[in-house]
Design a protein around this ligand. Sequence first.
Ligand SMILES: *Cc1c(COP(=O)(O)O)cnc(C)c1O
Length: 364
Amino acid sequence: MEFIDLQAQRRRLQPEIDKAISEVLEHGHFIMGPEVAAFEQELATYTAAEHVVSCANGTDALVLALRALGVTGGDRVVVPSFTFAATAEAVALIGAVPVFADVSADTYNADVESVAAAVEAHRAVGVIPVDLFGVPAPYDRLRAALPDEVFLLADAAQSIGGMLDGRPVGSLVDVTTTSFFPAKPLGCYGDGGAVLTQRDDVAEEIRSLRVHGKGSHKYDNERIGTNSRLDTLQAAILRCKLTILEDEMQRRQVVAARYATLLGDVVAVPSGPGAVRSAWAQYTVRSDRRDLLSGRLKDAGIPTAVYYPMPLHRQTAYRDFPVGPTGCAMSESLSAEVLSLPMHPYLGEDEQQQIADAVLAALA
Ligand SMILES: *Cc1c(COP(=O)(O)O)cnc(C)c1O
């Protein structure tokens, strides 16, 4: 059994992907070839974003977006403590200061009160809510709770394909970043990322920053940029995968609903459909006997993972950064109790039954 079965997807798309790769090998434009712009356009259509600017990975996407939003050294940016390190890392990398806020028990996403308190206490210039495990953060409630001048930058590395009230991730706030790391809901066969934005000025700035700060004249660079481009080969692969993303999203909803039915009585399962459509990057349950459960599942041949075993504000590189006034107690509890089960669009009913039987037996 696979935790995320990328080979099942490959079998489905093999002729298209092989053809797309060989076309790139034929034309030879490996950097910024025509597939890059085509993919950006197609992803913009799918997400209802005005602009998609691709880059080398999801961490760079955050750095580029923060720079385009005008964040500079010493600025404070609030991030949840219960997330992947890159969210806070991007802030620290440009010399700004991540301030940690707590998450809520129901969605594991940024808690609105905790974020608002951290912004006020630290005079933060912005917030990076994370769509953890695929669930869009409560952007509308965050916007209403924060001063107008405080930006919201969505870290949607795990949530492309998700929706909030029928609006797709990528169009929920002015600036969104994502990652095409292979295991993400829309993944390539290597590293990749993008910034999605409704703002012309942000898109233009990032198009320059990702190629060494280029201006209209190639050898008169206007800003200190970087080298952060999406490979043409990866764009070609992503174009194939994008054609089945919506179908995969539907399948993920079915898989998640089956898990909720099978497991809802014995472990805390993520909340089901409603105004939110999760991209179900992970199916993460919660149990106060997490370590026993993961051990028993391993013995039964079922792969699981702990995302994330330590909240950021406790990690070596981050523990000296400030924590907001509410503290991060929920982030600490979740780190001790969460367990992610196999989740992908091709997970069969039999396999899910097998997983559920093993969970029930372990906790009996
Ligand atoms: C994966 C991930 C990133 C970073 O993406 P990379 O492409 O690996 O750099 C950032 N934030 C979150 C929440 C992620 O899950």
